[in-house]
Structures are given as structure tokens and as C-alpha cells.
Design a binder for this molecule. Sequence first.
Ligand code: ATP
Ligand code: MG
Length: 175
Amino acid sequence: MKKDFRGFIQVYTGDGKGKTTAAVGLAVRALGAGLKVAFLQFFKPDTSSEVFILKQFEPKLLYKNFGGQKLIKGKVSEEIKEDILNGWNFVKELIKGGNYEVVILDEIFYALNWEIISISEFLEALKEKSQNTEVVLTGRKVPREVLEIADLVTEVRKIKHYFDKGVLARKGIEK
Ligand code: ATP
Ligand code: MG
């Protein structure tokens, strides 16, 4: 199957539940097929339950998180920005190198919307990515320019969510 592999750019976006869990599902499927997967999270600590399982697949799976430090008064600190930029430099090399068939960038869009990563540089890197690598981008508020270059875009739409009734993230279900 690897012979026919050609990597596309996928986007999972929208205001409903299911973006990160879809990415985790894809990671599991790809691992099951013997593909190498990089699961990289932005603006998130590594404390969500799936991370514990994904890490058990190392080194077939590479897990890293960038900018997962706590926001202070809702603000993105210089430390977080620097960490995100380090992450971005890491991603650029990773998707150019083609060593990983699936590279997931979970919750990447804030880095673009808040101009921590330059959108033109981001688009350029995606254009130059290895043919061997499928890139999966998740998050709300996908930039229009990213939609234009994506090969697949799935929008999950909220029809109902218990969060609106005050149910916060639960261990094993949302985190
Ligand atoms: P999941 O990780 O369950 O697949 P997701 O990746 O689609 O969800 P995110 O936008 O990353 O969703 O946000 C997840 C967090 O935001 C959850 O902890 C949840 O409690 C909270 N939340 C609030 N409103 C929503 C919504 N409409 N859809 C999903 N999560 C929501
Ligand atoms: Mg998510």
C-alpha cells in the first residue's frame, strides 16, 4: 500500500465536537497500516487522555506539544509564542523530510490567526511538503487561504452541545 501512497492536505474544522477525536482516529488507523505518524499539538498541554495511549506507540508515533503552557489572564506570553515558533520550525523540517506519512497539527489555526506563524510561510511550507506526507490540520476558524490549498475539508457543525448547558470537558470524553 505504501507504493501508492500520496499525501494530501486535510482540514477538520467547525464548531461541533469531533475534530481532535477524528485526528486521533486517523492516527490509529495509519499506525495500524504500518505508517509513521507525527501527532503534534499546539496551545495544549499533553494531559488529554489520548496522549497517554498515543505515546505507547513511540517510536512509530512521534508526539510533541508546543505552547501548552498556561495562559496568564488569557494572554499568550512571549514564552508560548517562542515555543510555538520552535514547533513550527520543527514541523517545516518534518513535512519536507517525508519520513512521516501522516503529520497531524492539532489546533494549529490560532497560531496563524494570531500571526505567531506567518500565513505566507505556512502556505509555502505546505506547498513544498513531501509527497510522502499527509498533513492533517484541525481547529476552529480555519484561515481562508488554508481552505484554498487544502485537498479535503470537513466541517463538523454543532447542532447541540452540552457545553452550552454548562457541562465542561470530562475525562475520557473531551479530555
Ligand atoms: P474533540 O476533542 O472532542 O474531538 P474538538 O477537537 O472538535 O473536540 P475543540 O474545538 O478542540 O473541539 O474544543 C474542545 C473543548 O472545547 C472541549 O473541552 C469542550 O468542552 C469545549 N467546547 C465548547 N463548545 C464546544 C463545541 N461546540 N464543540 C466541541 N467542544 C466544545
Ligand atoms: Mg480539538
